[in-house]
Ligand binder design. Structure first.
Ligand code: ARG
Length: 284
């Protein structure tokens, strides 16, 4: 029997134990057990390594020598977003730190359509990692490996404030918008009776559709809903849905040493306090 930690919302930023709001005792096995590593204490040895496409001491391969090449859908503030043409956000800073720990430079590809990133990592050759607030799911685990989780979130429902909708039950038969290929899309399709769920390529387009009345509600990860709601002042989050999702970095199954090196780097930035600094900066 294994205890799984559920946080009500937000990331495990403010100290891995301090802001745990709720413990849920669940029986689980296999992959989920790995998630406990985030809260455990293993040694955070910070040696640097050099790497190349032809193999190296660390044993992993890279698309470009000396670089950690990242594929991301840059439409998901506060995790990964574009500021002008510059990637920014919690995950962008985190990947820069992890790359640093590994003696690499972090390089983002131009924003990539969300539901093409896992196949891109699976195929290989373009990016070393997919970092797009990927929730670890059984389906994705068949296609790629995931690092230890770096963030815990729940789903949410957002509506226009003047819609009179205050409860999920009122969404029956309405139009819901979500980003294609996301857990938010799946949640809406599976849980809202007779809903017409539309998938959009970009998160920005989903909120624009809500604002203009094309859809009645948005289903998306709560921290992202909270962020967008600030720029659409007449929209509001009416519901947090405790899905207990965990974000992790997607890596090719053919590059297991890269997953290991990233986990080691992640542990190091937990141990040296830099993870907490980033969480304080981006996830308040
Ligand atoms: N966490 C959700 C999922 O894994 C949504 C992620 C969307 N990410 C993005 N960068 N647009 O499906």
């Amino acid at each position: 029997i294994i205890l799984i930690v559920f946080e009500k919302s937000g990331c495990s930023g403010k100290g891995r134990n301090m802001n745990i709001k709720k413990w849920g005792a669940l029986v689980a096995a296999g992959a989920l057990a790995a998630s406990l590593a985030l809260f455990g204490c293993s040694s955070g040895d910070q040696g640097t390594t050099t790497s190349s496409t032809s193999g190296n001491d660390a044993g992993y391969t890279l698309v470009n020598d000396g670089k950690l090449t990242v594929a991301a859908s840059l439409d998901f503030p506060p995790f990964e977003n574009l500021n002008g043409d510059k990637p920014e956000g919690f995950a962008v800073d985190l990947m820069t730190l992890l790359a640093e720990e590994m003696g690499l430079e972090c390089e983002y590809l131009p924003s990539t359509k969300f539901d093409t990133i896992v196949p891109l990592i699976q195929t290989g050759g373009k990016a070393d990692v997919g970092v797009s607030s990927f929730t670890i799911t059984d389906k994705r685990l068949q296609q790629v490996d995931f690092t230890d989780p770096y963030c815990n979130v729940n789903q949410s429902i957002t509506v226009r404030s003047d819609s009179g909708i205050t409860d999920v039950a009122q969404l029956e038969g309405t139009k819901i918008g979500a980003q294609s290929g996301t857990t938010g899309y799946e949640w809406a399709a599976e849980n809202i009776k007779d809903a017409e769920v539309t998938g959009y390529d970009e998160m920005t387009a989903v909120f624009a559709a809500l604002d203009s009345g094309q859809i009645d509600a948005v289903s998306v990860d709560l921290p992202v809903a909270n962020y967008y709601v600030r720029s659409y002042s007449d929209c509001q989050v009416i519901k947090e849905i405790p899905t207990g999702e965990q974000y992790a970095v997607a890596v090719s199954k053919e590059n297991p040493e890269l997953t290991k090196a990233l986990n080691k780097a992640l542990q190091a930035v937990h141990d040296n306090g830099k993870y907490d600094e980033l969480a304080a900066k981006w996830l308040q």
